[in-house]
Design a protein around this ligand. Structure first.
Ligand code: SIN
Length: 548
């Protein structure tokens, strides 16, 4: 298979300005904002850099909620069980244990910071259910506006803290390292004014990446336009370990807006099925009946695959979600955002079926970390969707993503105390490389068709060849779109490389030519590093901790 050689840095340009702090946090979703606040509790100064505005990341789009064993009927052990089942044998048991045991306190702390969750008649946090959960354990806010409420509360707290300097419109380009190879900051491109404009250097002995996912690799995604995987690509170029990129989750119920729709698409939360809605095929038959004991609330990969199969059999571009039985009051109170999204597109879910199809939603892999969020480069940390902590395995359990960002951001800041060594960064002299944004759409088409939901050796070889060809088309003037496109290209290259190596079907990785899960051979993580000469070096790593 042809695989593109990738550059070791985005730019060789000299930084025009320098900023310093104890800790740099890149990204301003739940993970980044929590890390910044926690670092301040320990008396650190923080530089929070974010690519657009401070509230523009994926967090604010999260609808369903945040999963944690908050009720007396539930327990971390049960949450552990459901997470491991959804992860199809590839979760790191020790990381999941951290997630589920520290999760409830982390959510309570979020409430102390000011997040207002919905409550039931007795005043207790109202909990609902989503796919793969055997208990009601999803806390939600504003009905279906959980992420927006969490983002509001955290942004307000960060903005009140004078020890946190926020730099908006700042794209992180490359990691800066000292002569011992430890992280000492990042180069940034800031579209600002005055002193902080153009390419600069943000220096600190701790760099926490919280840059979210890379949904923009695909043509249709629930992710916002800022989700271009900048943290994963930056870490790859710096030589950090990148794991499990082949596990890209497609959400089963994304509103279908027609064959030409592109970019961010409206999500119809699993919580709608949690409240009783069901999927129907084109002839009106319940689609999940008889396919899984949990039917419409089966884990996400199971439902997405069942929908894709039925769409292929029927030759239709979507299926239907029937939520009419919920009634007008439930729609209004529990799902005001989705109701509005539907009605502005001429669909009234109180009386109409909603056309839905799977679209990219989340990536389980990312920058490989230990249980304290440490990447394989000293001083570099990752939390939230950018990280591969091992909690999601081959398929993330619904509403575990906000929880992961929260829990591991807290842990990173605890670990920092032992880790910080401040030194001057070295000049870096690796080859740089930049692609034109003109390749973004053709690249997305390649990824949609050849490396999306359905994959095979042939489709992946063709995708790799196309990526290598597109990667040779450089020669552009630096702009945010070009840098982001270069990041997307690098991530796509690793994703396709992993997907071709993994000759089995597991969780969200679906190989048509290897339709079975193969535990004897493939119960391992694939971990890739970019070598000095720009080639990918991949090794297998056993899953951590005891497994069922
Ligand atoms: C949803 O609300 O269905 C999405 C929740 C998640 O991705 O965890």
């Amino acid at each position: 298979m042809t695989t593109a050689r990738l550059p070791r840095r985005l730019t060789a340009a000299e930084p025009g300005w320098t900023a310093r702090a104890d800790v740099i946090v890149v990204g301003s979703g739940i993970a980044g904002l929590t890390a910044a606040l926690r670092a301040r509790h320990l008396g650190r100064t923080v530089l929070l850099v974010t690519k657009a505005t401070v509230d523009a990341g994926s967090t604010r789009w999260a609808q369903g909620g945040i999963a944690a064993a908050l009720s007396e009927e539930d327990s971390p052990e049960e949450h552990l069980h459901d997470t491991l089942v959804a992860g199809v044998g590839l979760c790191d048991d020790d990381a999941v244990r951290v997630l589920v045991t520290e999760g409830p306190d982390a959510v309570r702390e979020l409430i102390d910071i000011g997040a207002r969750f919905d409550v039931d008649d007795s005043g207790a946090i109202a909990l609902t259910r989503e796919g793969g959960h055997l208990r009601d354990r999803i806390a939600h806010a504003g009905g279906d506006a959980t992420g927006a409420e969490i983002s509001r509360a955290l942004v307000a707290a960060v903005q009140l803290d004078l020890g946190i300097e926020i730099i908006e419109n700042a794209l992180a380009l490359d990691l800066l390292v000292d002569d011992a190879g430890a992280a000492q900051g990042v180069t940034l491109h800031v579209m600002g004014s005055g002193q902080r404009d153009g390419i600069g250097a943000a220096l600190a002995p701790a760099v926490i990446l919280a840059t979210g996912g890379f949904g923009q690799v695909f043509g249709q995604t629930t992710n916002p336009y800022v989700s271009t995987g900048d943290g994963v690509a930056l870490s790859l170029r710096a030589g950090a370990d990148i794991a499990d990129l082949e596990f890209v989750q497609f959400h089963p119920t994304v509103m279908w807006l027609g064959p030409l729709a592109q970019g961010q698409q409206p999500l119809v939360s699993e919580a709608v099925r949690g409240e009783g809605a069901i999927l129907l095929d084109s002839s009106g038959k319940p689609l999940m009946r008889g396919l899984h004991p949990l039917e419409d609330l089966a884990p996400r990969d199971v439902v997405a695959k069942a929908i894709m199969r039925r769409m292929r059999e029927e030759g239709t571009p979507h299926v239907w979600l029937d939520g009419r039985m919920l009634g007008a009051d439930t729609w209004l109170q529990r799902f005001p955002t989705i109701l509005e999204n539907c009605r502005t597109r001429g669909i009234d879910p109180v009386t109409d079926l909603i056309p839905v199809a799977p679209a990219q939603h989340y990536v389980s892999g990312g920058v490989r970390t230990d249980l304290w969020g440490r990447a394989s480069i000293r001083g570099l940390y990752a939390c939230g969707e950018v990280a591969c902590t091992g909690v999601h395995g081959a398929n993330r359990l619904a509403s575990n993503s906000l929880l992961e960002g929260l829990v591991f951001a807290r842990r990173i800041v605890t670990a920092l105390d032992d880790d910080l060594v401040e030194r001057e960064p070295e000049e870096s002299d690796g080859p740089d490389g930049l692609l034109t944004h003109a390749i973004r759409r053709p690249m997305q088409q390649v990824m949609d068709v050849e490396a999306g939901v359905l994959r095979s050796a042939d489709s992946l070889a063709s995708a790799a060849a196309s990526l290598a060809h597109l990667g040779a088309s450089g020669g552009s003037r630096p702009s945010t779109e070009d840098w982001e496109t270069t990041n997307l290209h690098q991530i796509s290259t690793v994703l396709v490389h992993h997907a071709a190596i993994r000759e089995e079907t597991r969780g969200s990785h679906w190989r048509e030519d290897f339709p079975e899960r193969d535990d004897a051979r493939w119960r391992v993580h694939l971990v890739t590093r970019l070598s000095e000469d720009g080639t990918l070096v991949t090794r297998e790593e056993p899953v951590r901790g005891a497994q069922e």
